[in-house]
Design a protein around this ligand. Sequence first.
Ligand code: NAP
Length: 300
Amino acid sequence: MSLALLVTGADGQLGAELLDAVRGGKDVFARGLNRKNLDVTDAFAVQDMVAGWERIVRSDNPDHRLVVVNCAAYTAVDAAEEDEETAFAVNAAGPALLATACARAGARLIQVSTDYVFPGNADRPYDVHDETGPQSAYGRTKLAGELAVREILPDASHVVRTAWLYGATGANFVKTMVRLEGERETVSVVDDQRGSPTWARDVAAGLLALAGSDVAPGVLHATNGGETTWHGFTQAIFEELGADPARVLTTTSDAFPRPAPRPAYSVLSPRAWDEAGLPPLQDWRSALAEAFGTEAHAFR
Ligand SMILES: NC(=O)c1ccc[n+]([C@@H]2O[C@H](COP(=O)([O-])OP(=O)(O)OC[C@H]3O[C@@H](n4cnc5c(N)ncnc54)[C@H](OP(=O)(O)O)[C@@H]3O)[C@@H](O)[C@H]2O)c1
């Protein structure tokens, strides 16, 4: 199966990894669009871009499968509390526009989403059909995006929720902790929020596999396996740096009040992903070691 991918949010953590993954792939042709190339909130531009891309691909390669992967998002979780309107435009209206354009072009759509659609108070991993209940503006807008995509394009869309992402591109928790390890004797990190740290490269490989598959449309979860706290994650980062993990002290979320509430528990079950026969994502700890091993320039 030859694939033509259109990747939005191409300069973000996940978009950049996906385009990297495609570079090595056989029979996959990808076009990456950063915000300057395509603002997903611009209805005319979205329709024009997807239709033009479809025409060009089809004229040369009528048999290619067309898949739009929406990695564009308003990801500033705290800022979204004060500016839900803009977050909604990017995270909900944008995906709806993309879904409409895909429907017209006969393309599939993979919409990337988040653990923040859940209330975050579970005591076992969230499954894809568990009740949602976002506690933040960001989560509400991402859930609205999921629902719009599934409603507009029920037979040709996947929603892929991920969590706790880090990658070589852009700012993220791993890079912050690497910097703090160099600047401070100790760092205090919350140990009352549990999740699955997830390497963007592993999610990108999973999205590529999904795009080329015949997995039934619907919602899937894709994170690295296992779970830990931000404190445990930071200790592992210190270990990768050859630093003493005892320098990472524990604190609680109460000590770090933030505009947007953070989920206490946001582990996502891989059940649907595994049952669909998609390649499982490795455990979070081995992913972190591999990320430091292969992308040392980005993290150290
Ligand atoms: N990061 C995480 O921990 C995490 C966790 C769970 C789920 N997710 C989801 O994973 C996906 C990818 O996240 P990420 O970490 O790669 O985010 P990211 O690094 O913030 O990348 C998002 C990209 O979207 C672009 N963008 C923002 N508004 C846009 C617009 N109106 N039109 C076009 N592009 C726009 C941003 O461009 P600018 O830089 O110019 O703003 C940025 O390059 C998102 O759906 C996110 O919700 C992320």
